[in-house]
Design a protein around this ligand. Sequence first.
Ligand SMILES: C[S@@+](CC[C@H](N)C(=O)[O-])C[C@H]1O[C@@H](n2cnc3c(N)ncnc32)[C@H](O)[C@@H]1O
Length: 246
Amino acid sequence: MPKTHPVSSPVYARGSEKAAQVRAMFSAIAPRYDVLNHLLSLNLDRRWRRRAVDRLAWERAPAGVYLDACSGTFDLALELARRPAFTGAVLGVDFSGPMLRQGLRKIAGTRVRPVCADALDLPFPDRSLDGAMVAFGIRNLADLTAGFRELSRVLRRGARLVVLEFATPARGPWRGVYLLYFRRVLPVVGRWISQHNFAYRYLPESVLLFESPEELGDTMRSAGFEGVAIERLTGGAVALLRGERA
Ligand SMILES: C[S@@+](CC[C@H](N)C(=O)[O-])C[C@H]1O[C@@H](n2cnc3c(N)ncnc32)[C@H](O)[C@@H]1O
């Protein structure tokens, strides 16, 4: 039987209540997070993260300092740190200690530095970073606009922000297949392996309630990013947004 956890699903929570519930949920699933990530995405998550780093424009400042916000177990940060021409540093920020601890072995001897902090209150000076990325984390923030503003605050003018987030394929047979998998198969497998009673139900529920990629692009623009562009990956199951700090 899956263990019961002392908090409820953050899907309808707001503000500090949502933040506390999200942190508790990821902390509880941390030991199984990586396995489930690769399994439930059929390993496509690696390809999505590769594409995100391709869009970061880090080649403009290969010795720069980059942020991976909501870094979890550092897979996105590592994708950048392992690029052969990259000589800078990646700050992997997450507010769940257990998620960071889970990834520590992977980043030993790399250019990734773990930082335990809230993405809504980053411990970095204004305009100090050369680029930022967020993979599958922006949807979990207690205040989306405040999150984009905080990312904008720490970025230098012209620095790139890249956001990867789940989306819902717009139409056609793929939408039906995807929704069947996302709503029926993924929560069952996720619950079975993570032994957590709602984390893998929260995933599809929160994605279906979240802003569309176009709305997310508008929120990015209103928080100080320009040149916002949207790509759809895997038939629209994932959106990749990029924009530059104005
Ligand atoms: C779905 S995981 C994504 C992890 C990683 N980026 C990846 O691609 O696998 C979301 C992560 O965001 C973190 N998170 C959510 N809200 C946060 C916040 N306000 N500040 C810092 N981390 C946050 C969670 O603790 C969790 O580790």
